[in-house]
Design a protein around this ligand. Structure first.
Ligand code: CUA
Length: 323
């Protein structure tokens, strides 16, 4: 999925930023044209011609010098005032309790909802038309959160909280990416914002607040080709998850696995992508990812556990129950 364009804003914040950009671009274009035009004109008009001696020498032109000092200062002041206006719209004035905490990790996003306590990864669900305060943090290196259609971009700095607004004017999926080089898989640190009507958002949030079905019990796994996992393999997968090192990095609410090194998997199957946007989330891709993470996302900290085909099938069956 392509990262969406900042020229197609979908929030008052992104709209204000685009407006400031366009005004600044026009002013800069006019200055560039005038200066370039004058340089070209003067080069032609006053070029040295055969038989001409030294030109008349000029010293001190107070009026001209004042003009070329004052006019640029006025332009800079005007742009500064416009920028203040944009900041008023796009930047939070007070640091009240944030609605969402987003933590950058190499190479995925941890998403925490302050009020409901929901924790998810790489996919932010938001209600349409509501301005949300984001608190941006980093768990390791400097990342940069950017969903161009919804708001400004902002660095995530270890040991420091940064704040910004995000708002979606219409339902839809808004894609974004990490915008600060942060290591091998910087390019595959995608984020997607799912904006939906308030009722749908609340239904999603209620679903996310449930703990996982115990030990992979479920009858709702979609029918799969015979070569892949069957729901019957889910309990074995749930056991494997606890026995292998999966639980050293991942949390699944209600199972005792509560590590925060990798993404929370309590509702993994409800997400649209795997590995921060690298793969569409489906059983086949999940099996690819488990079987050889480095082949899917070179450099990822997801280890290759040397799983057998059977173990991969069992784990996929289990993880598909985490809706
Ligand atoms: Cu995170 Cu680039």
């Amino acid at each position: 999925m392509q990262v969406s364009s900042p020229f197609d804003p979908s929030s008052p914040q992104a709209q204000a930023i685009l407006h400031l950009f366009v005004v600044t671009l026009i002013v800069s274009a006019v200055i560039l044209s005038v200066v370039t035009g004058l340089v070209i004109y003067i080069c032609i008009r006053y070029r040295s011609r055969a038989g001409e001696g030294e030109p008349r020498q000029e010293f001190g032109q107070p009026k001209l010098e004042m003009a070329w000092t004052i006019v640029p200062v006025l332009i800079v002041i005007a742009l500064f005032v416009l920028m203040l206006d944009t900041m008023r719209v796009a930047d939070p004035q007070s640091r009240r309790q944030a609605d969402l905490q987003i933590i950058g990790h190499q190479w995925w996003w941890e998403v925490r909802y302050a009020q409901s306590g929901v924790i998810t990864a790489n996919e932010i669900h938001v209600p349409v038309g509501k301005r949300l305060l984001l608190q941006l943090e980093s768990a390791d290196v400097i990342h940069d959160f950017w969903v161009p259609q919804l708001g400004r971009k902002m660095d995530m700095i270890p040991g420091q909280s940064n704040y910004m607004w995000i708002e979606a004017g219409a339902p839809g999926i808004y894609s974004g990416a990490c915008a600060e080089y942060c290591g091998a898989e910087h390019a595959w640190m995608r984020i997607r914002v799912v904006a939906e009507p308030q009722a749908d958002f609340e239904a999603w949030q209620r679903g996310q607040m449930q703990t996982a079905p115990s030990q992979g019990q479920t009858a709702t796994t979609p029918s799969l080709p015979a070569t892949t996992s069957t729901p019957a393999e889910a309990p074995a997968g749930a056991q494997l998850f606890q026995q292998m090192t999966c639980r050293s990095c991942h949390a699944v609410a209600g199972t005792g696995a509560n590590a925060r090194v990798g993404p929370d998997l309590t509702h993994l199957a409800s997400r649209q992508t795997l590995a921060a946007g690298r793969l569409e989330n489906n059983p086949t891709n999940l099996a690819r990812w488990l079987a050889d993470p480095q082949a899917v996302k070179p450099g990822t900290y997801m280890p290759d556990l040397q799983l057998s085909d059977e173990q991969v099938r069992q784990l996929v069956a289990y993880l598909e129950t985490l809706k």
